[in-house]
Design a protein around this ligand. Structure first.
Ligand SMILES: Nc1ncnc2c1ncn2[C@@H]1O[C@H](COP(=O)(O)OP(=O)(O)OP(=O)(O)O)[C@@H](O)[C@H]1O
Length: 308
């Protein structure tokens, strides 16, 4: 179990110990990993999964936000090891897409323990039963530094620029830094000239942002691709055409309801692979920095088993 104590700016530090207690109480042995930073946590989790006795972990459970789902997906995609998620982050879009309760930690833990077939704590013999998983697609991003898996969404445009700016800010420490970063990026809003290859077909277009979605939402419930399905063997290519600042601000609230899709500046298309290029644009996958374009993104059907 890999825990990010800094998820949601450290507001939910109680969640990790509660998950450990529930799993141990249900009959599982738990290796709980907490490290000072993400990279150390990732290598500690990789070492824990590669058990020295040659055995296989029953599951990897991540506690945190979408960045932790990214960490988990990159360790278990195509291994058959199931991924459990207990959301304690800011956005939690992957948990949202999987229907895992977001604001009720006990209910989220119950989803996990049920899927793991945990025994009932307090009963004379607590032995886990069969594990029940759901199989979903994952995406793969090929970039200059290698290949990165994603579960939710790759962004490369206005929203990624906001992320990039917010990450570079020292203050404020809370979520309001994203609002400030967004306002600053809005001031310099301009269309980006993209070169794409979509399922083998080359195109050039101007857009404010392009996202490639396996899951339906980003940024804590912005339903960019409201009809996206996690198990359809496809990704949703989301493009917002050039708009004025006021035009973009009008689209923004509609994204939370998913009613933006009828606007002429918004397009959604079901695809299997997308090569993306644009000068000076950085790609983010599941909220984590990938690096500058170009990247190539593809769907890998059924690559993840999840406990949800
Ligand atoms: N000790 C740590 N362990 C793991 N990640 C850490 C740690 N300290 C800081 N981080 C940072 O936390 C980020 C991931 O956060 P996470 O996604 O879990 O929560 P969040 O950002 O609040 O939620 P969301 O991504 O859903 O909005 C990573 O980018 C990582 O650099």
């Amino acid at each position: 179990m890999a825990v990010n104590p800094r998820a949601a700016f450290g507001r939910h530090r109680d969640v990790g110990p509660r998950v450990v207690a529930a799993l141990r109480g249900g009959g599982y042995g738990v290796t709980a990993l907490l490290e000072p930073d993400y990279a150390t946590l990732r290598s500690a989790a990789a070492s824990a999964l590669a058990r020295p006795d040659g055995g296989c972990a029953d599951a990897l459970v991540v506690v945190g936000g979408d960045g932790m789902v990214s960490l988990g997906a990159n360790l278990v995609a195509q291994t058959g090891i199931p991924l459990g998620i207990v959301p304690s982050g800011t956005g939690n879009d992957m948990a949202r897409g999987l229907g895992i309760p977001l604001d009720d930690t006990d209910a989220a833990i119950a989803v996990l323990t049920r899927a793991l077939g945990c025994g009932i704590p307090g009963s004379p013999v607590v032995v886990p039963g069969p594990i029940i998983t759901r199989t979903i697609d994952a995406g793969r991003v090929h970039h200059a530094d290698g290949t990165t898996w994603f579960a939710s969404v790759v962004s490369a445009g206005f929203d990624a620029r906001v992320n990039e700016r917010a990450n570079g800010m020292r203050r404020p420490r809370g979520a309001s830094r994203y609002t400030i970063a967004m306002v600053r990026e809005l001031i310099g809003l301009r269309a980006i000239r993209y070169s794409l290859v979509v399922d083998g077909q080359a195109r050039e277009l101007d857009a404010l942002l392009i996202s490639v979605a396996n899951n339906g939402s980003i940024g804590g419930g912005m339903r960019i691709a409201p009809d996206a399905r996690l198990d359809d063997g496809a990704l949703d290519l989301f493009v917002v055409a050039p708009l004025s600042r006021i035009g973009l601000m009008r689209v923004f609230p509609r994204v939370f309801r998913g009613t933006h899709t009828s606007l002429p500046q918004v397009s959604l298309e079901r695809v299997r692979s997308v090569a993306l290029d644009a000068p000076g644009v950085v790609a983010y996958a599941d909220g984590e920095r990938i690096g500058p374009l170009p990247v190539t993104i593809e769907v890998v059907a059924g690559a993840l088993r999840v406990l949800a």
